[in-house]
Each structure stands twice: as C-alpha cells, then as structure tokens.
Design a protein around this ligand. Structure first.
Ligand SMILES: [Zn+2]
Length: 316
C-alpha cells in the first residue's frame, strides 16, 4: 500500500481539523447540558454534562501535551519532550476519576432525598445531544474510511460512546417525566439512576486514560510484529542489500528506530547517503508514530566471500 507524502499531509491536517471541531462541539454540549441540567433539575443531564466536560479535558490534555512533545530536544532534555503528552494525560486521568466519583456520590445521595421531577426540556436537550453526536459520528467514520486514518476512526468511536451515554440520560429523564405526569412517584428515581450509570462511565473513562498513559510512560521495546513489518520495509528499499540490525523503542508517544544496513561496498559515499536517506523517508512515511530513524551504513563485500558473514560486527 503506497502512500504519497501529500496524501499523508492531507490526512494529518484533516485529523487536526476534526479534533478541533470535536473539542468545540464538546464545549458547547458541556455548557448546554450543564445549564439545562441545573435549571431543569436533572441529575442524569448533569452527569452527561460531566461526561462531555471530561471529553474536553481529555482532548485538551492530549493537544497541549502533543505541542510540548513536538518541541525538539534541547540541552536540558536531550531525549526530547516526547513524554509530555502522557504526563498531561495522567494528570487529566486522575482529575476524571475524582470528578466521576464526585458525580457518582451526588447521584447516590439523591436516593435518600424526596425525588424531584425533572423538566421536559432536559429530555429535549439530551435528544439534541444524541442527534448532534450521531451526525458527527457518521461523518467522521466516512471520512476516516476514505482517508484510511485509524486516528480519525478512534475519534469517531468516541462520539458513538457519547451517543450511548446521552441515550441513557434521555431514557432516565423520560421515565421520570412520565412518572411525574402519570403520578407514579417511583419513576422519578429513573433520573438519578441514569445519572449514576453515566457517572460510572466517566469513572471508567478516567481509569482507561490512566492505564493507557501509565503504560506509555514506561519505555518499552516494540512488539515483534511491528519490528518485522519495519524489517520487511527496509529490505525493499532500493540499494539495501541486507538489513544487519533493527531496533525500535518507544519514547513517549513516538517510536525511535536504529537500523544497520549493508550496501554495495564499491558505492560512493553519496550513493550510500541517498540509500540511508531513502530508508529514513520510507520508514517515516509508512509508520505514523516513528519520529526518528538512525541509519548506519555497512559495506556489503561481494568479492571476498569470507567477509560477508563478518559484516554484522564490522560497524561503527
Ligand atoms: Zn465521551
């Protein structure tokens, strides 16, 4: 699957644009659900507002972290700032866990008070949120498939889970409104029950973000499958006669690759340089998370058979 540099740029630009739209929509939904939730006295809508707020905080942490992470290495940080994204994400994860638990506590407290009937406008607000999220989900899925972007597809899935969250809130509010109109007071508890369910989702989001970022904070060697994909790619680069060694390790959100290749021993320094450059370019085009490739060029000695096996140690 060949991908040109221009297509890659378009995809990255589109990913950034969609990420920004998503944050904007979540800010609007947080405010709308929050205000209506208070005025219409709906715990379910307030919990859903907390969920949207959590999504905003999570996206902002990743965005700010990425900006810091992209800063080049400097004297104080010789290995770059790659881990900043995950440190920011860890902080947000802890905040999400605390906020989620707070809403869980608030929802449980409602069961020990006389139930209040939410206003029907809370239900319409939840329905509006469901519609908006479903539209954005479908649009982004289509876009992700067209561009072949897993990052965009993951973002779209987030909108889908928001649809389910708002559906739970809407169902709880609707039952409570019906209970109020038909004088079945026990149905009024459907609103805080839905609030509790949505709050547990926020806790789960915080837990997931925490475990992801803690894992990423530990540098780990890439799994065998990814390493062999890289090996095959380097072998295909014109001029590469053998891959002597390939090591990839993660650094924060990025992957750094060290590769040693053998090229024609009679080739000029310039030709060797071009081959090394091609290896680096191909790697960075094919693997989105690869941020740097260090290529070492060894001579491949065809005239002296005895030297061929010895090449492996004849580097540096
Ligand atoms: Zn969400």
């Amino acid at each position: 699957m060949e991908e040109s540099a221009i297509d890659h740029l378009t995809t990255v630009r589109e990913q950034n644009r969609q990420a920004l739209y998503s944050i904007g929509l979540n800010v609007v939904l947080t405010a709308l659900k929050g205000v209506v939730g208070v005025l219409a006295r709906s715990d379910a809508l307030l919990a859903d507002a907390a969920h949207s707020g959590a999504d905003v905080a999570g996206s902002l942490a990743v965005w700010v972290g990425l900006r810091v992470a992209r800063r080049p290495a400097d004297a104080d940080h010789p290995y770059g700032h790659g881990k900043a994204e995950w440190i920011a994400a860890s902080l947000v994860a802890v905040l999400l866990l605390l906020a989620g638990l707070d809403v869980v506590y608030a929802s449980i407290r409602q069961f020990f008070k006389p139930p209040v009937a939410p206003d029907a406008v809370a239900f319409y607000t939840a329905v509006f949120a469901i519609g908006a999220k479903e539209v954005v989900y479908r649009y982004q899925v289509t876009l992700a498939r067209r561009l072949g972007s897993p990052a965009l597809l993951a973002g779209a899935q987030d909108h889908r889970s928001d649809v389910y969250s708002s559906l739970a809130a809407a169902a709880g509010i609707l039952l409570a409104v019906i209970g109020n109109r038909t004088h079945v007071p026990v149905l009024l508890y459907a609103d805080p029950v839905a609030g509790l369910i949505v709050a547990l989702v926020v806790v789960w989001l915080g837990y997931k973000l925490a475990s992801d970022s803690f894992t990423a904070l530990m540098d780990k060697v890439l799994d065998a499958k990814a390493a062999s994909d890289m090996l095959h790619l380097v072998e295909q680069v014109p001029g590469v006669m053998r891959v002597d060694d390939l090591r990839a390790r993660t650094h924060g959100p990025y992957v750094v690759v060290d590769v040693k290749v053998s090229v024609d021993a009679e080739a000029t320094v310039l030709a060797g340089h071009h081959i090394a450059k091609a290896v680096k370019t191909q790697m960075m085009e094919h693997f989105d998370d690869v941020s740097d490739v260090l290529v070492h060029v060894n001579p491949f000695l065809t005239s002296e058979g005895s030297m061929r096996g010895g090449n492996r140690d004849r580097d540096s």
